[in-house]
Design a protein around this ligand. Sequence first.
Ligand code: ATP
Ligand code: MG
Length: 433
Amino acid sequence: MRIRDILSADYIGKEVTLRGWVYRLRKQKGNTFVLLRDDRGSVIQCVFPSTRIDNITRESSVEISGIVKEDARAPEGGIEISGTDLKIFQVSDKDYPLGEYQSAELLLDYRHLALRTRKMIEIAKIRASIFKFLRQWFSDNEWMEVTPPLIVKGSVEGGSTLFKLNYFGDVAFLSQSAQLYLEAMIFSLGPVWSLTSSFRAERSRTIRHLAEFSHLECESPWVTLPDLLQIQENLVRYTIDKTIKERKDSLKFLEIDTNRFRGLAEPFHKITYDQAIEKLISLDFKMAEDDGKSRMIRWGDDLNIDSERELTRQMLTPLFITGYPTEVKPFYVKENPVRFGTSLTFDLLGPQGYGEVSSGGMREDHLPTLSSRIKQAGLNPVDYGWYLDLRKYGSVEHGGFGMGIERLLRWFLGIEDIKDSVLFPRTMSRSSP
Ligand code: ATP
Ligand code: MG
């Protein structure tokens, strides 16, 4: 039996048996109050005569039997259990390192135990719902789920963030993106999508970058840039709407004001890169330079988090920016045939300053162009031979996008540091636990 069942139906006066862990313990002279956590993270207060449970400690694993009672003072739902029997599986060591208030660093050092805190439990449940509804959307819309390899030979997003592997004496890398493989699949499987870890050796410590993140990617033949924007928008709206409904209690526990999502019902805002730059210039936006100085932003600059924040600060609806300069995007992007120097690409920015959540666009499908781009990017064409084959044998217009799930969660839950949106964060300084 689970605590949720007891809280959601009428069990008053009935005897129940629950298994779980001692989440909190409050000993008084007469009674001891055990806040029991079950294996789905729900908690309920159980009251025992103190003489009955002398040796119990926090995080001991137990089975509790008792009578369900109404008590307005009980912390969860005004319902508690008047304990009649207690079986102990294991008395937890007294030195459990996590108390009620802990520094963020300690919680990261003990992440394997911090997963038992209410905050992490509720975030994990919301993550699970996000995955479930993303998958549901793709399935309902007849996209096929595929599993690309994660050990690869070539870079997708530039060499500086590659993790190198000793692959049986040869060099290989951990995948930065499944995109090139998804492109290979569209010729026989049609619209495809995958959800895998992507790996980036991000050397700067930021609150938006992980070394390993959950990457949702999709790719389809015969789509256009406007199609991709619509697909991206529908997917995000569906996933967030469904998650809000399924995880009302979790959102309430995390004190997330669902008014923040009002703007999602409206069509997402769309501006071009040109308009974004004009807007930033009108706001007198300065780019920080490497030497510590700053200068006015100008056409050709990539948009960084500061500029993204400036553009979306006042918004409640996500923002698409389209038509980035080809130069600031990776080698595979499709040039805009009617505006040379710009590409058929988009980024989706979370509102309220959360910044890039997804990147996508059309892919270069013309063999000589792609081939020379690979060389220009300083990549070894040999590693991309198979990728170039895709432009040799029945090339078609195609495109897709890649969305970081932790970035989506960061915006959705208003999380400051991206590390809190994943169970075991991997960063430059952390590969354990
Ligand atoms: P940014 O400019 O924000 O560093 P990017 O443009 O390098 O990101 P892409 O290559 O476009 O990232 O990857 C697609 C998506 O994957 C991004 O929009 C983002 O949501 C997510 N993503 C990329 N790098 C990371 C990372 N290091 N940690 C978490 N998510 C990431
Ligand atoms: Mg990007």
